[in-house]
Design a protein around this ligand. Structure first.
Ligand code: CA
Length: 219
């Protein structure tokens, strides 16, 4: 089940979103201020965040600093309809935005579109001649099976779900190894090198100076 975090201080709007997204099959978690959202994002994983701009504690723009390195898609929900605010939200890395009051059908459509863009919820994902089967935990290149370790597969799935986005070594480590990162990047680097070699992705899986790695895909 895909997990959606709702960050919004107007409870009536939270209830409306939660009711409708739950009915559509999403698992929803809601927080009513920015600081609670930051706390939650440190400890739990979400597939999508619906983010209000004006929030007590820390506002939606400030929260984007936490969210961007995590590679989680964001839809801004804002009462502000001025063009400059929309542009600011999108520039800061939001994937889409909705202006309050919004139609719930529109909300669900936007959620589905953004999740599709990130391949969330899909069983099979193709990048070039590489096919990743998330259910079978299998990978094929040019139709031929490629043997990956569980960690290599986890890394590949993360890269494919975050195409063209630089992912921090720290995030890769914490998501794939499910432990706290203590600054030793060799484990991640070694696995990425192995993955590159096995998939012939020397030019696709690029090193991003001081950050980590990015999977480059023409879209
Ligand atoms: Ca608000």
């Amino acid at each position: 089940m895909l997990k959606v975090l709702i960050v919004e201080d107007e409870r009536a709007i939270v209830d409306l979103i939660r009711l409708n997204l739950s009915a559509a099959g999403y698992q929803c978690t809601a927080v009513y201020n920015g600081l609670d959202a930051a706390d939650l994002l440190e400890n739990r994983r979400f597939d999508l965040i619906l983010l209000d701009v004006m929030l007590p504690g820390a506002d939606g723009y400030e929260l984007m600093d936490y969210i961007r390195p995590l590679g989680i898609p964001v839809i801004f929900i804002t009462a502000k309809h001025e063009v400059r605010d929309r542009v600011k939200g999108l520039k800061m890395g939001a994937d889409d935005y909705l202006v309050k009051p919004f139609d719930i059908v529109e909300l669900i459509a936007r959620v589905e579109t953004v999740l599709r863009r990130y391949h969330k919820g899909e069983k099979q994902i193709e990048v070039g001649d590489v096919l990743l089967d998330l259910e079978a935990h299998a990978v094929k290149k040019g139709g031929k099976p490629v043997n990956l370790t569980a960690k290599e597969f986890g890394l590949l799935a993360l890269f494919i779900q975050n195409k063209n986005i630089a992912l921090f070594r720290e995030v890769l480590y914490e998501k794939v190894w499910e432990g706290e990162y203590f600054g030793d990047s060799r484990t991640v680097d070694l696995h990425v090198q192995r993955l590159r070699k096995k998939l012939g992705w020397e030019n696709r899986l690029v090193t991003v100076h001081k950050i980590g790695y990015r999977l480059e895909v023409d879209e």
